[in-house]
Design a protein around this ligand. Structure first.
Ligand SMILES: [Zn+2]
Length: 275
């Protein structure tokens, strides 16, 4: 399988990290995992045609993971005349995806049909614990704890006899992530470090900096914990992503390697990995 990062950033866009979006290719199909802001721009930079993407999986309905959907669908329809076969995501995805696809339809249309005509993309809201086939992939979905009043879903994609696991956004949930990532060829996991947050928020006023740190501590996963999950799961490769602007690769690698002896990769926009 191939993992290609379109966006590897957290909620703050930077020149080098767009919002979360990953292209996963296996069994002859390419699917998109999340569709954050600038995902389509990154796809263009990677020289990949949007017509090659069959399905879109959303982990949760936060802007840094879904806000690119309308522009992505619009770019698929014109000039390619292509739509994803399906969008899958947690509860709430149908309402959001309809809005995004509707926005795309306002400014484009399928070639051969009228401008502004409704575009139809099947949307499936996936309950936690679900296992189903999606093209060549067997996809297992589990709920992870992220933010209040929101379902966030981690997924395991199996094809070609291998598994790739993507955490979505999550705070510590080893009881969910270790079994989900068991023996995975790659575990793609969000992470932060306190040192990274301190650097990122150094210019913020004190109250704002404390609020950002508290938000990350309550809703995201610290890098040492993530590495322990990779170790306990026996994952063959750990890929760290969803990185805030203060993170430094060398620090993240040092911390991760103290807890996990397998290979560790720091995601970057445009990075392509074969597993
Ligand atoms: Zn996020």
């Amino acid at each position: 399988m191939r993992i290609q990062f379109l966006g590897s950033g957290a909620g703050t866009d930077t020149p080098h990290r767009a919002g979360s979006s990953i292209l996963l290719t296996g069994g002859g199909e390419s699917v998109l995992l999340d569709c954050g802001p600038r995902a389509y721009d990154r796809l263009v930079m990677a020289g990949v045609s949007p017509a090659s993407i069959s399905r879109i999986f959303l982990s949760h309905l936060h802007p840094d993971h879904v806000l690119g959907l309308a522009s992505f669908v619009q770019a698929m329809t014109f000039p390619y005349g292509h739509l994803p076969l399906e969008i899958q995501g947690p509860p709430g995805t149908a309402a959001y995806a309809r809005q995004a696809v509707g926005t795309a339809a306002l400014v484009t249309g399928m070639p051969g049909r009228g401008w502004g005509e409704p575009l139809e993309v099947p949307v499936v809201e996936i309950p936690p614990g679900d296992v189903r086939e999606a093209g060549p992939f067997t996809v297992r979905t589990e709920q992870v704890p992220h933010a209040p009043n929101l379902v966030c879903e981690a997924r395991r994609f199996e094809a070609e006899g291998k598994a790739v696991v993507y955490s979505g956004d999550t705070t510590e949930a080893a009881e969910v992530m270790v079994p989900l990532a068991e023996g995975a060829a790659a575990l793609i996991h969000e992470c932060y470090s306190l040192a990274g947050i301190a650097r990122w928020t150094a210019a913020f006023d004190e109250r704002r900096a404390a609020a950002v740190r508290r938000a990350f501590e309550q809703t995201h996963a610290e890098v040492a914990y993530v590495a322990r999950v990779a170790k306990e799961a026996g994952a063959k490769l750990l890929v760290l992503t969803h990185l805030n602007p203060g993170e430094r690769a060398d620090e993240l690698l040092d911390t991760a390697r103290a807890h996990y002896s397998g290979p560790v990769v720091i995601a970057s926009d445009g990075l392509s990995l074969a597993v």
